[in-house]
Design a protein around this ligand. Structure first.
Ligand code: FAD
Length: 558
């Protein structure tokens, strides 16, 4: 065969192949994109699950840490991290700081948690979620060779006693702006020996509260730029948790019988008959405010909730966030608030993961970021700088004057706390929101505003309205007893972080909301019937699993 004859046929074959390849290119490109998406999402999840990746520095930013008490340097003992608000082993700047200090001093580190009998009206629902989460923390700490101790009683007594027992040289603790935590911390500082240093770390805010602003901020618009300016410095990735490299030689942590502990603690929050409490499918039944089963406790579940490939907020539900103000659009909110409240996930982890997905849904990510970082950290700013964060004296002067001027206005309806608690008002929308909170443990975010404002409208005074709103919020919401809750109630009833509006009866200049406004925004009847169905199915479930005698316990979460 001559060269001349072969050449044209090869050339035409090549041409044809090239054409085919060109045709296939878009499909190949799409396939590549899909493969990358899957690989990236799995990598994201694995990085967080196994240990955090570290693209940042291993050092904890010094701006996060405050020395509450200098030690006199005479002790060379281990370092204790007193975990309280930030109940997680990973992505925890306070724990990382304790380990860092231990490494520096060549000593071991241990984690201690103090369980109190009662805490700001917390119920079985809340204690159950917390204890089940702590069980996971203990397991994860064991994997990192860090001992975990659980004490019961008053932290300001149990921890100083343990400090002496193990000769600790430093205590590192979480920051919280709430009164009760401040009292505990102050007393602990007084109760430990002069040899012991005490550090406080803000592991709950992306930008530490004292760094974001030195004063009480007026509202989101005044704190937003301050926070955003500091994000490049503080919104960094977390280092991997490792122990200090020094073996713990103090007392061995006594084994914790978690199931027995949970049953005992939950029984003490039982309604009338203490024998009626049992644990069915891993959750308590029979308590006055029983546990819920839609939100699996613990730091592992929290990451799954955010990034999981089944129903993760950022991985699967982000597009729905656009409908977050419509309570009939189920699953459109992140529902991450219980995890944030108990510190089972770092807000900074959620913020980092959200920013990574900025291009996927820029508007929704910006809105989520605004709530998660700006609004949430504004709430901490308020509770930190305003000692009256849960009473009328915490309102701005214009609001106090206006509320006082209208305190004696005639109310069309006046309800007692009991009527409100049972959802027995003339307004089916309000009753639905109340029952969603009582039975499901989380009222939709939009409804919370309407709910609290109506309490102002239907009770005898703004003081009474605020007291009842906080009482109900803390008793039933999974995310209750949080700075966000106090600020939410204060915003609705006392106008904090808001402006004055057109004056009207009862409300004065406080922003008003009404049923007609809700009807314009969403399908009110749809929401009421959704809650009806939800409540009757939860009631049925509780009834069918209600124990007559002590039922066998099964472990859903363990
Ligand atoms: C009367 C009233 C009571 C409230 N009580 C609480 C409470 O007890 N605990 C609580 O965490 N939040 C409370 N909020 C704020 C808000 O309603 C909830 O944070 C939100 O509904 C939680 O659901 P999510 O996580 O699905 O929200 P998303 O919209 O998915 O928001 C993500 C996160 O951003 C933060 N966030 C969202 N909205 C706000 C807000 N308005 N202010 C501050 N942070 C916000 C929360 O940490 C939230 O988990 C209350 C608001 C009002 C008006």
């Amino acid at each position: 065969m001559s060269k001349r004859k072969v050449q044209p046929s090869i050339e035409s074959a090549l041409k044809a192949t090239k054409k085919e390849v060109e045709k296939l290119k878009p499909a190949i490109k799409k396939l590549k994109q899909e493969v990358n998406k899957v690989v990236n999402s799995n990598e994201d999840l694995d990085n967080v699950r196994v240990s955090t990746t570290n693209s940042g520095t291993d050092e904890v930013h010094t701006g996060r840490v405050r020395s509450l008490k200098e030690g006199n340097g005479s002790r060379k003992g281990p370092i204790l991290y007193w975990m309280s608000r930030d109940q997680r082993s990973r992505d925890n700047w306070a724990l990382l700081h304790a380990v860092q200090e231990a490494k520096r001093s060549g000593v071991a580190v241990a984690v201690v948690f103090n369980l109190v009998d009662s805490f700001l009206n917390a119920q079985a629902r809340h204690f159950g979620f917390m204890l089940r989460g702590l069980r996971i923390v203990e397991k994860n700490l064991q994997a990192a060779d860090i001992p975990f101790f659980l004490f019961r009683g008053k932290a300001q007594e149990t921890i100083p006693e343990f400090v002496e027992e193990c000769g600790a040289s430093m205590v590192v603790m979480d920051f919280s702006p709430l009164r009760i935590g401040r009292v505990w911390r102050d007393e602990l500082c007084k109760n430990v020996s002069p040899a012991v240093a005490v550090h406080e770390v803000d592991a709950h805010n992306v930008v530490p509260v004292w760094e974001a602003s030195p004063k009480l901020e007026y509202g989101a618009r005044t704190i937003r730029t301050k926070i955003h300016k500091l994000l490049p410095e503080y919104l960094t990735d977390f280092p991997v948790l490792k122990n200090s490299g020094h073996v713990w030689s103090g007392p061995t942590p006594p084994p914790i019988d978690w199931e027995a502990l949970i049953t005992e603690v939950l029984s003490s929050h039982c309604c009338l008959d203490l024998t009626k409490l049992s644990v069915i499918s891993g959750i308590s039944v029979g308590a006055e405010v029983p546990e819920i089963d839609w939100c699996e406790p613990g730091e592992d579940a929290a990451i799954e909730h955010l990034l999981g490939d089944k129903n993760g907020f950022l991985t699967k539900r982000l597009a729905k966030y656009e409908f977050r103000n419509d309570p009939t659009k189920l699953g459109s909110l992140s529902s991450i608030s219980p995890y944030l409240h108990y510190g089972q996930i770092a807000p900074q982890r959620a913020a980092l993961e959200a920013r990574r997905r900025q291009k996927e849904a820029p508007k929704n990510i910006d809105s989520f970021f605004e709530e998660l970082v700006v609004r949430r950290e504004l709430a901490d700013n308020y509770c930190y700088y305003q000692p009256n964060y849960d009473n009328i004296n915490g309102a701005w002067e214009w609001a106090q004057i206006s509320l006082k001027a209208h305190a004696k206005d005639k109310r069309e309806f006046v309800y007692t706390q009991e009527q409100l608690e049972k959802g027995k008002t003339h307004d089916s929308l309000w009753n639905a929101a109340q029952l969603e909170m009582v039975h499901y443990g989380k009222m939709h975010g939009f409804m919370r505003m309407y709910w609290a404002k109506k309490i102002l409208e239907w009770t005898e005074s703004p003081e009474e309205a605020l007291r009842i709103a906080i009482y109900l919020n803390d008793k039933y919401e999974m995310d209750g007893r949080d700075p966000n809750g106090y600020v939410g109630c204060m915003w609705s009833i006392c106008g904090i972080h808001d402006q004055g509006w057109k004056e009207r009866p009862v409300f004065g200049k406080i922003r008003y909301m009404n049923l007609a406004g809700c009807k314009r925004k969403f399908n009110v009847d749809g929401y009421i019937s959704y809650v009806d169905r939800l409540v009757s199915s939860l009631r049925k479930k509780a009834k069918s699993s209600a124990p007559t005698e002590a039922a066998p316990r099964s472990s859903k979460f363990f």
